[in-house]
Design a protein around this ligand. Structure first.
Ligand code: DAH
Length: 319
């Protein structure tokens, strides 16, 4: 490469020099031109040779999918432990594909968001104490690592609004990582995963929402379930509900053992309005719930902190 750079520099120099021919007395021009051309031919030949040499270099095959170190040199032996997907990621894929089978689009949430998407666009009144309920972290610049995937609702509504104009529904789920500034214990972790659902159409209702949620949980736990709701409060839904399932016997549950799985409700008209959707024409429902808890129930796990612990013994149990 260095050689090639030098040669090209030289060629440029010759070309510049060639321009000087105009300043010479006519009698000297022919001789000057001949010399310059000789030098140029020489350099062009060298460049062609150097180019050929570059092409002739034997290129080693690289496996771009290989783990670190493999492409550097052939190892004496291949590592016996190749790593694996984190159980939360495997389960999140399962969650998302169940919704996809039901016709939902998927949008990923982000790991740094702002006050507007975390609160304002979700109808949290300014200075309302409900803002404190979310134990948000803040960066020095005033940004917020989202405390729930609902931060994506406003964006999803705006992005997919055109569906409504075409007479179709908005049907989107949003998996994502969320963060809360709270003390950790066996059931609380500062970093966890949620999946949000947003559905808007001209004629949707709460019955459809409960149907979708039942279908989802029955698919996820691969069995029929008893469900129950109780009133809840979220500024972005009206009415708001907490959705519960009866802990299945196969997973160690007793009759009447209801577990709260997610928050849901009919999307508040203000939330639709802020995204430019007319709440007189279109209605929606939304829900959001933790993935970690879902997975813990499925596998009978009892400490949510295991997920983020990097404890290999824990992780290996899922392979
Ligand atoms: N974002 C709420 C939470 O993390 C859960 C939730 C409740 C999401 C109601 C929703 C909803 O979309 O409609 O506590």
């Amino acid at each position: 490469m260095v050689e090639m750079d030098e040669l090209k520099k030289e060629l440029k120099k010759i070309n510049t020099e060639a321009g000087k021919i105009r300043d010479l007395p006519v009698a000297e021009r022919a001789e000057f031109g001949r010399k310059i051309n000789e030098r140029r031919t020489e350099i062009l030949k060298k460049i062609a040779e150097a180019e050929k040499a570059l092409l002739d270099v034997e290129v080693e095959e690289i496996d771009v999918t290989a783990w670190s170190g493999v492409n550097e040199k052939m190892p004496e032996f291949y590592p016996t432990e190749m790593g694996s997907a984190h159980p939360l990621m495997t389960e999140l894929d399962r969650v998302v594909s169940i919704y996809q089978m039901m016709g939902f689009n998927v949008v990923e949430s982000r790991q740094l968001d702002d006050e507007y998407h975390m609160f304002d666009s979700l109808n949290f009144a300014k200075e309302h104490p409900a803002r404190d309920g979310y134990d948000t972290f803040r960066t020095e610049e005033g940004l917020i690592p989202p405390a729930h995937t609902s931060t994506m609702q406003h964006r999803v509504l705006k992005q997919y609004k055109k569906n409504l104009d075409e007479g179709k529904a908005i049907a989107v789920v949003v998996p994502g990582r969320v963060f809360r500034n709270e003390d950790t214990d066996a059931t609380h972790e500062h970093t966890f995963y949620q999946c949000e659902g947003v559905y808007v159409s001209s004629d949707c209702n709460m019955g459809q929402m409960l149907g979708i949620l039942r279908e989802f949980f029955e698919k996820y736990y691969e069995q029929k379930l008893n469900i129950r709701t109780q009133p809840g409060y979220f500024p972005f839904t009206e009415p708001s509900l907490e959705f519960m399932i009866e802990k299945p016997k196969s997973l160690g549950g007793k009759r009447g053992d209801f577990l709260e799985m997610l928050g849901c409700g009919m999307i508040h008209p203000n939330v639709l309005k802020m995204a430019g959707i007319d709440p007189e024409k279109d209605h929606g429902f939304a829900w959001g719930g933790g993935i970690d808890r879902l997975v813990m129930l499925r596998y009978g796990l009892n400490d949510v902190r295991d997920f983020e612990s990097g404890n290999l013994n824990f992780l290996r149990a899922f392979n």
